[in-house]
Design a protein around this ligand. Structure first.
Ligand code: PPS
Length: 553
């Protein structure tokens, strides 16, 4: 089959073995030790097996790994910027040795490939981080992921049995061979690849189209879907947006395909790696955000086209490359944060910025605050009034309607979710994490969760906040009623028992309570009625926009 652009290293690797051999491997593999591939490893292995990472034939051995870190080359001298390794636990590494065969399986136990182990070694992650990221700072997301990966690397050649299964957007997923065949059928020989992890708006459309036009090339929109950045879980909405935007390119000029890529977030090395992958898919050109030195350009075998940012000039009613702006011309811009704010507040996003269907799609996934889910997380001593206020709040929110309300009161949870737990720090933390998990699911699905545990530890509360904040609203309400008032009330007689030593580890008496430093609201029920307290929370919710449009409060 004629290939328009040579794959990296000269040959497109096809590591899935023929059916007969696969069935023999499957039988034999029953005696091999199994490794369950992580989400990231599943993405890597798919691209190794289908040839997107040609000339790799497996996970890197030690010599290739070290050579890549040092010189951006495999040990045979082929240019390759990114270490592609299989990280395993120390415990697992002790069960295998070089020349053993390991069965690599997906989450469900399906055999994806067998690896003949060549090397096992403990990498110096700080050295790897410096080489790949130019930093070993854990605040860098990529570095953080690296340090959180398993400590031992296992390298070896792969024999593929089947590619990892996907159940979403299958019509948009292609192997390099499939894309190359499609390009051939269409008569495309100059193809510009575009990599993105973001929703595309008109500026990106203008940029990609202009770049392709200038190079007289067809365009391949090749967004990465998979483990991208932490918090970016929803590629579904992004893909639906790509499906809309592609209809706005002139016919027969542009194709869309999804790349199952585990992004490394590593800057220059990543750009080079991404370019090589696109070359393997048949691209001749690649749009890159960062400058690539000419010395790599030659070796890459794919032409790197600099990313020429576009800005909207309202006087001309069009997007113009920033480099071509005329003196004094006023440009309009909307940043990603501003888009997020407008979606949150249900404000207008103008059509010069994005196509109507894309905005509609985004609004479905990111509804305005008054339609998002949220969690009200009460914390405070026993007897502080958490449950009383939480119950009034629940009734008021139900009266307002619009979202289902779920109550996760301390007592209810301890009867149902956490019936086996006591009051040690470990058990209390587990209890709160469980409550947080349930509340996060409710919030994610647009409901209201009201949690009312003591939740005495600040770090555990912070974990719950972090879990929920990316999915919807989170309001911490510190019921700050002082202990003497709680003890005086002693509704359940627990304080008396605690004082008498009949209850151990009692919060505020014989166990700590770490008061929140920055709650959204602090309420002392010694100074207001429960009804007033609930009203203050309603006002706060309204202020934050979660009850916007409701006038019946
Ligand atoms: S925690 O710390 O958040 O896990 O506690 P929580 O699940 O909210 O449970 C608190 C309720 O359990 C009763 N109880 C105790 N509380 C504190 N310390 C000890 N040792 C203890 N033993 C039993 C008490 O009734 C708490 O209910 P509230 O509604 O807070 O008064």
């Amino acid at each position: 089959m004629p290939m328009f652009v040579k794959p990296h290293g000269g040959m497109l690797k096809q590591l899935i073995v023929p059916e007969k051999e696969a069935s023999i491997i499957k039988t034999e593999s029953k005696n091999y030790i199994s490794w369950d591939l992580t989400e990231r490893q599943l993405l890597d292995i798919e691209l190794i097996l289908n040839g997107a990472m040609s000339p790799l034939e497996g996970f890197m051995n030690k010599a290739d790994y070290e050579s890549v870190l040092k010189d951006m080359r495999l040990s045979d001298g082929t240019f390759w910027p990114m270490p592609i390794t299989l990280d395993v636990t120390e415990e697992f590494s002790k069960k295998i040795k070089p020349s053993d065969k390991v069965a690599l399986r997906d989450h469900e136990g399906v055999l994806i490939a067998v690896m003949e182990v060549r090397d096992l070694w403990m990498p110096d992650k700080a050295k790897e981080a410096e080489a790949v990221y130019g930093s070993a700072d854990l605040k860098h997301q990529g570095v953080n992921l690296l340090f959180n990966s398993h400590p031992v690397y296992a390298g070896g050649v792969l024999k593929g049995v089947e590619l990892p299964k996907h159940y979403d957007f299958n019509e948009l997923r292609n192997t390099p061979l499939e894309l190359r065949e499609r390009f051939k059928k269409l008569g495309w020989s100059r193809i510009m690849g575009f990599h993105t992890l973001d929703t595309m708006h008109r500026a990106e459309q203008a940029l990609t189209f202009k770049s392709a036009q200038t190079a007289e090339a067809n365009l391949l929109l090749h967004p990465a879907v998979g483990v991208t950045r932490p918090g970016d879980n929803d590629y579904f909405s992004r893909v639906r947006c790509y499906e809309h935007i592609i209809r706005h390119y002139p016919e027969q000029t542009t194709a869309l395909s999804l790349l199952p890529l585990a992004s490394r977030m590593s800057g220059p090395r990543e750009v080079l790696w991404n370019a090589i992958i696109r070359k393997n898919y048949g691209c001749t050109h690649f749009i890159a955000g960062s400058e690539i030195s000419a010395k790599y350009q030659d070796e890459l075998g794919i032409q790197i086209i600099p990313f020429d940012e576009m800005a909207y000039v309202s006087e001309r009613a069009q997007y113009v490359p920033i480099s071509e702006l005329r003196h004094g011309e006023i440009v309009l811009r909307i940043t990603e944060d501003e888009v997020k704010r407008r979606l949150d507040e249900g404000l207008e996003i103008p059509e010069w910025f994005s196509h109507k269907e894309v905005i509609t799609e985004l609004r479905k996934t990111y509804p305005p605050r008054h339609r998002q889910g949220f969690t009200i997380f009460f914390t405070g001593l026993s007897g502080a009034g958490k449950s009383t206020v939480a119950n009034i709040l629940r009734i008021k929110l139900m009266e307002l309607g619009g979202r289902p309300v779920t109550m996760l009161d301390g007592d209810i949870v301890r009867k149902n979710l956490s019936s086996e737990l006591g009051f040690s720090r470990e058990h209390r933390d587990l209890n709160i994490i469980r409550i947080g998990f349930v509340a996060s699911e409710i919030t994610k699905n647009g409901g209201i969760a009201i949690c009312a545990p003591i939740a005495p530890y600040a770090s555990t509360r912070a974990k719950v906040r972090a879990l929920i904040e990316t999915l919807g609203g989170f309001l911490e309400v510190y019921v700050s009623t002082p202990i003497d008032i709680c003890e005086e009330r002693d509704r359940k007689g627990l304080y008396a028992k605690a004082r008498a030593g009949l209850i151990k580890e009692f919060t505020g008496i014989s166990d700590p309570y770490e008061a929140p430093e920055n709650p959204e609201l602090a309420i002392n029920t010694g100074e207001c009625t429960p009804d007033e307290a609930a009203q203050r929370i309603i006002l706060k919710l309204e202020k934050f926009g979660y009850l916007k449009g409701r006038s019946s409060i």
